[in-house]
Ligand binder design. Structure first.
Ligand code: AHG
Ligand code: MN
Ligand code: MN
Ligand code: MN
Length: 331
């Protein structure tokens, strides 16, 4: 079967999706089309990000989102681009976005899929030219085809994800995603407008010597977490924290390490959102051989109660996540 034929590096995303689709029983091509729709939106957003210093989309939009954050213009631009691409693609009935309080109905009531997305992650880094990202999670709808999608379609636990991925707009723009058969990375060639397979079958090192956490919140760390951070220092691990989740996660996925966003004074349930930040990255890291939890429970088994639920995130190399969980259990 095609799986055994490892697709050569340099395969285009389109060809890769086509070949992988054959691995799906009853694949009817909708998920493949949906992945193409997302790739199209990332190309458009990538172009706008690369020009954000030149055209007037840097800086604040002058609006607060449901998170209580000052929306950046690029937050809004990316949100519009992804919603439009998913609406025009026809495969998605309902969308959850960090930037919208309520679910967005696309009008595609025949669409079989629901998408939860963080259209632009790391917005505070846009104006200082630090890597930023997009994160998405795909579910099959529960409600009957032909009806308007509803909140239950969107509040499924992470184990029900059909696909998940992220884009990192960094020194190069990459799309990394899984459909439950491993993780593959594609690098964008802007002069051709194509994504090419550059990182086939990504696996995260079982251990690592990088820890990523905002130590500015150390005063609110639990005793167990404080002990783990002291342990990292005794081991002379490297502290690497970009403050852009996708960039921090991507580095740790390739090199090994752990990313932690714990409960803090300001965010007692952590700052990151379960539906469109924690769950998609948890799916990817598990498919790459790593682990993700809230410190106690596997991220993908946490039952969502609200579209914008926040959830502590301990994600990365298996040994490091298990190590911090030991420290937390002992406290
Ligand atoms: P977003 O820009 O989508 O709101 O996400 C920001 C997140 C994440 O990207 C980053 O790791 C984290 O916020 C940084 O938070 P702190 O500044 O509190 O460390
Ligand atoms: Mn935000
Ligand atoms: Mn984010
Ligand atoms: Mn965001």
């Amino acid at each position: 079967d095609h799986n055994s034929l490892a697709l050569p590096v340099g395969t285009t995303l389109d060809r890769f999706i086509m070949r992988k689709q054959e691995d799906f029983p009853y694949a009817t091509g909708e998920l493949s089309q949906l992945l193409r729709d997302i790739a199209l939106a990332t190309k458009i957003v990538n172009r706008e990000i690369n020009r954000s210093g030149l055209i007037d989309i840097a800086g604040a939009y002058g609006n607060r989102n449901v998170q209580g954050e000052d929306q950046q213009k690029l937050d809004v631009v990316a949100n519009i681009r992804f919603i439009r691409a998913l609406r025009n693609g026809g495969e998605v009935c309902t969308i959850v976005s960090e930037e919208d309080e309520e679910v967005i109905q696309t009008g595609n009531n025949q669409g079989k899929y629901v998408v939860a997305m963080d259209p632009l992650d790391g917005s505070s880094n846009i104006d200082v030219n630090v890597s930023i990202g997009t994160i998405f999670s795909i579910y099959r709808r529960i409600s009957p085809t032909g009806t308007v999608g509803n909140e239950q379609d969107c509040l499924q636990r992470g184990t029900h994800q059909v696909a998940a991925g992220y884009v990192i707009y960094g020194s190069s723009t990459m799309l990394v995603y899984t459909t439950g058969n491993g993780v593959n990375g594609f690098t964008y060639e802007p002069s051709l407008g194509e994504f090419f397979l550059s990182h086939p079958n990504i696996t995260i090192p079982a251990s690592g010597s990088v820890y990523s956490i905002n130590e500015g919140s150390a005063d609110s760390f639990s005793a167990g977490l404080a002990s783990f951070i002291a342990y990292c220092k005794q081991q002379s691990y490297s502290a690497r924290y970009i403050g852009s989740l996708v960039a921090d996660f991507h580095r740790n996925l390739l090199k090994g390490g752990i990313y932690i966003y714990p409960p803090t004074q300001k965010s007692p349930s952590g700052k990151l959102r379960l539906l469109y930040e924690c769950n998609p990255l948890a799916f990817i890291v598990e498919q790459a051989g790593g682990k993700s939890s809230n410190g106690y429970t596997r991220t993908m088994e946490i039952e969502p109660t609200g579209l914008h639920d926040r959830c502590p995130l301990f994600v990365g190399s298996k040994d490091l996540v298990e190590k911090v969980e030991e420290f937390l259990a002992a406290e």
